[in-house]
Write a protein that binds this ligand. Structure first.
Ligand code: SAM
Ligand code: DTB
Ligand code: SF4
Length: 327
């Protein structure tokens, strides 16, 4: 649509953050209603297909091997185990199934072959399949695409300036290169960040401006609130103020009108009222199911009750991207 822009300056984004709340919320609601049915919320269920033991040093992450977080490293799950989880997620009303692996990058071989088979099997259930496997090259994404992959999640996490204070084992440019590889293979992009890392508002502006200058915009933008994990460098610190979090959601909605904006990690710390406000301001997707990757998420029953109370209903899965020929 014509109001999609990819040339947002930081000053413009800052001006949105500084709007009086009623003005910001009016803009966000107008944009939301012009591009989406505001009564629909996407339900995405997460599965941790390979837990822990990760060589990266992301200072927020309970799965980084170098921190003593109590998360045990496990082997890659079997295809049948993950398919069973996906069937349950579908029966519970999820339309999207996201599989995460605590890898730095994808390596060709039997483990990756197994992930390709997971994607094929879950796409056959008519769920939107998303994976997040770390850095990946174009040929590898193409294999996943041929198996029916709908989206690849790869977050920028924070502003380019703040990045090296959070992660030292890879660069922002590494992240952007993977996003480019995903695009070239024709897979949709799920890319967002984390708030509550000790970043400034300027960092949140820098993150959102970077996302909004990607062309095309990421189809899906997860806004995670840091889930503080004992043993990580970020285990203690000040949480972000609710209104600043809501402003971040509203600005993301305005900058990327056609994208799905997801209330991702951190919903257990949000009240029902806080979540209702986020939906009013343009959030239209949640992680649904009792667990994120290693940490808790709200009970599915509570989420269904919240949606019911607000008159919101689950969004259906997008039609399958590519046929999934039997092998
Ligand atoms: N290892 C892959 C990678 O980093 O791209 C995929 C899995 S990683 C766990 C996926 C994303 O989860 C990270 O990019 C980060 O944005 C988010 N994440 C990890 N730990 C988190 C935490 N404690 N709180 C909020 N978000 C977190
Ligand atoms: C995303 O943006 N958030 C999800 C998903 N993509 C893979 C992960 C959240 C992880 C929260 C911490 C945990 O449970 O380990
Ligand atoms: Fe590894 Fe991903 Fe966690 Fe970073 S966020 S430590 S890359 S699992």
């Amino acid at each position: 649509m014509s109001d999609l822009r990819h040339d947002w300056s930081r000053d413009e984004v800052r001006a949105l953050f500084e709007l009086p709340f009623p003005e910001l919320s009016r803009l966000a609601q107008n944009v939301h209603a012009a591009h989406h049915d505001p009564t629909k919320v996407q339900l995405a269920t997460l599965s941790n297909i390979k837990t822990g033991g990760c060589p990266e040093d992301c200072s927020y992450c309970p799965q980084a091997a170098r921190y003593h977080t109590g998360v045990e490293a496990s082997e890659l799950l079997e295809v049948r185990q993950v398919v069973a989880q996906a069937e349950i997620a579908k029966a519970n009303g999820a339309s999207r199934f996201c599989m995460g692996a605590a890898w730095r990058r994808v390596k060709d071989g039997r483990q990756f072959d197994r992930v390709v088979e997971m994607v094929r099997a879950i796409s056959d259930l008519d769920l939107e399949v998303c994976v997040t496997l770390g850095m990946i090259d174009e040929d590898q994404v193409q294999r996943l695409a041929d198996a029916g992959l709908h989206a690849y999640n790869h977050n920028l996490d924070t502003s380019p300036e703040h990045y090296d204070q959070i992660i030292s084992t890879r660069t922002y440019d590494d992240r952007l290169q993977t996003l480019d590889n995903v695009r070239k293979a024709g897979v949709t992009v799920c890319c967002g960040g984390i708030v509550g890392l000790g970043e400034t508002r300027d960092d949140r502006i820098g993150l959102l401006a970077t996302l909004a200058c990607l062309k095309p915009h990421p189809e899906s933008v997860p806004i995670n609130q840091l889930v503080r994990a004992p043993g990580t460098p970020l285990e203690s610190g000040d949480d972000i103020d609710l209104f600043e979090y809501l402003r971040t959601i509203a600005v993301a909605r305005i900058l990327m009108p056609a994208s799905m904006v997801r209330l991702a990690a951190g919903r257990t710390g949000l009240s029902r009222e806080g979540q209702a406000l986020a939906f009013l301001l343009g959030a239209n997707s949640i992680f649904y199911g009792e667990r994120l990757l290693t940490t808790p998420n709200p009970d599915a029953d509570d989420d269904r009750a919240l949606l019911d109370d607000l008159g919101l209903t689950p969004l259906e899965a997008a039609p399958r991207r590519v046929p999934s020929p039997a092998k």
